[in-house]
Design a protein around this ligand. Structure first.
Ligand SMILES: C[S@@+](CC[C@H](N)C(=O)[O-])C[C@H]1O[C@@H](n2cnc3c(N)ncnc32)[C@H](O)[C@@H]1O
Length: 281
């Protein structure tokens, strides 16, 4: 696999991928709403050929397959072998879905072979955003459309910042804050950075829609489920990396206290905010 993203590829194969496979149903339950909003905005036509970038365990790929119908196709591209393995199992028997293990920044997709590029939280991990979006534009027919959803800044996403602040009090020394624009969940949190990347990559009609959507943390039904999810997923879990296991009970107590105000009849629900981005090749 030709690549410019070795660190992220290792992370998504060795560390995050297995966790996402383990938490697949919970993550899908949380992220499906924003994925559907992005697809509605992209307005994928029946019969379209769609590339799903950073398809992970395939939930978005299967959703797109429903939109395009049997006359269309969906190709899920991802760097994570464990996540692709789960995606392939889930898509067994679905004739119009295929998967490729590929770094979307550098992979030689056949030029002009897709009508749309879509991504549910799969385009924030590139080392070079303009190179990646240039590569993706070349895979589209002229006038083809791009649609993706990505997180706004951490401070606009209390569903991540509240648990993170709760555990940081117990982590010594705290991990350094991420460099703005570094590959990661907040790689495209800044609207100017999104515009710069897509403009440099030659996209037209770039539009950003800010979306405030409360997040049901890990598709939780109870406080316990939300706490167990956050101990393995998201920025709080990342901050706990390397902390001694005996501190786990203390982290869980801190998370329970921080999340308690957000318990609702349908689980732990905390404000969140994303960008839905569309553009034309
Ligand atoms: C936050 S997950 C989202 C997965 C999936 N779209 C979903 O919503 O469940 C990000 C995904 O992007 C993939 N990814 C990261 N860097 C990539 C790259 N350079 N090329 C293709 N996929 C990449 C990861 O392996 C992971 O599956």
């Amino acid at each position: 696999m030709s690549t410019a993203n070795q660190e992220q590829i290792e992370y998504w194969n060795a560390t995050a991928g297995p966790k996402w496979v383990e938490q697949q149903e919970r993550l899908d339950a949380q992220l499906r709403g924003l994925g559907e909003r992005m697809l509605a905005r992209l307005d994928v036509a029946r019969g379209a050929r769609v590339l799903d970038v950073g398809c992970g365990c395939g939930d978005s790929t299967l959703a797109i397959a429903q939109h395009v119908g049997p006359g269309g196709t969906v190709t899920g591209a991802d760097v994570s072998e464990p996540m692709l393995a789960r995606a392939r199992i889930r898509a067994t028997g679905v004739a119009n879905v295929s998967f490729v293990r590929a770094d979307a920044q550098t992979h030689a997709f056949t030029a002009r072979s897709f009508d749309c590029v879509a991504s549910r939280f799969g385009v924030m991990f590139f080392a070079d955003f303009s190179a990646a979006f240039t590569n993706l534009r070349r895979a589209l027919v002229p006038g083809g459309r791009l649609g993706f959803v990505c997180w706004q800044a951490l401070e606009k996403n209390p569903w991540m910042s509240v648990p993170l602040q709760a555990v940081l009090r117990h982590v010594d020394p705290p991990p350094p804050p991420a460099v703005p624009g570094a590959p990661g969940p907040f790689g495209l949190d800044d609207p100017d950075r999104i515009h710069r990347a897509l403009d440099a990559a030659g996209w037209a009609d770039v539009a950003l829609e800010p979306v405030d959507e409360p997040q049901n943390v890990g598709g939780s039904r109870t406080l316990d489920e939300a706490v167990s999810f956050l101990l393995v997923s998201g920025p709080a879990a990342a901050a706990l990396k390397g902390a001694p296991p005996e501190l786990r009970a203390r982290f869980a107590t801190a998370l329970r206290a921080a999340l308690a105000p957000y318990v609702t009849a349908r689980g732990v629900v905390i404000p969140g905010a994303a960008w839905i981005v569309t553009a034309r090749a």
